[in-house]
Design a protein around this ligand. Structure first.
Ligand SMILES: C[S@@+](CC[C@H](N)C(=O)[O-])C[C@H]1O[C@@H](n2cnc3c(N)ncnc32)[C@H](O)[C@@H]1O
Length: 228
């Protein structure tokens, strides 16, 4: 019950923060890197490489947001399902299916996916929620199935690099700084916490770091879980 209320509050903050970021033009509607769509392609390629994705593989994207990654992956003829608790998807090629669902209570059968990824979503989850999410992952992922979680560990460094790189006037940069550092919903999850959750829920794990030359992304890390 308490968690349900927390999720509702986070959902409202997310909707509000979307509206503010649209007004300030902080985030581009169809790209992770403002006007840099190459960056989206890079991220999608990273997901493909780390998970060794193949055409026609069944893939689940949890916290798919506007569906930018799902959209790119679906062009590679993969069977993608994107899940998010907010229906915010862009209707680009939309060759993937969208399900509106909370990651803490996924409307999916037990052992239903071998390949799952969640890009930049776990910062929405408090420590307790992250534990519930791992429990859900354990339930829906098939034995030997893989889960890729991608997240930024330190919001200050990441956001500051992002603000520095954005092309806009100083006033907008200051507003962005205030908004991203003080109002944007963000829970930092330490590497040790993720390792202990992986162990608790029966996943082996491996960490990957992104190429530090990429725009905005030097602090991003990936954890690849494999259900034992
Ligand atoms: C920063 S966006 C990332 C979107 C997408 N993965 C991407 O990289 O473009 C995080 C997404 O997680 C979703 N999200 C947050 N908490 C969630 C929850 N409890 N259940 C489902 N989706 C959630 C938000 O609605 C949002 O769309």
């Amino acid at each position: 019950m308490k968690e349900k209320i927390k999720v509702k509050v986070i959902k409202l903050i997310w909707l509000f923060s979307n509206k503010v970021s649209k007004k300030l033009k902080i985030s581009n509607n169809n790209s992770h890197g403002l006007d840099n769509t190459d960056y989206d392609q890079y991220i999608a390629k990273e997901v493909i490489d780390i998970l060794h994705l193949e055409p026609n593989q069944k893939i689940l994207d949890i916290g798919c947001g506007k569906g930018i990654i799902a959209d790119i992956l679906s062009e590679k003829y993969m069977k993608i399902v994107g899940i998010d608790f907010v229906n915010n998807i862009l209707n680009k090629s939309k060759k993937y299916n969208f399900i509106q669902s909370n990651c803490l209570n996924l409307c999916l059968k037990n052992n239903s996916y071998s390949t799952v990824f969640s890009y930049s979503m776990i910062h929405y989850l408090s420590k307790d929620m992250l534990k519930t999410f791992f429990n859900e992952l354990k339930r829906i992922v098939k034995p030997n199935g893989k889960v890729l979680l991608a997240e930024i560990p330190e919001k200050k460094k990441y956001f500051n690099k992002y603000i520095y790189a954005v092309k806009c006037n100083v006033l907008k940069k200051i507003l962005m700084y205030i908004y991203l550092n003080f109002f944007y919903q963000y829970f930092i999850h330490k590497k040790e916490d993720l390792i202990s959750l992986a162990n608790e829920f029966g996943f082996s794990f491996k960490f990957f770091k992104q190429d530090s030359n990429l725009p905005y992304s030097y602090a991003m890390y990936h954890i690849l879980l494999e259900k034992k």
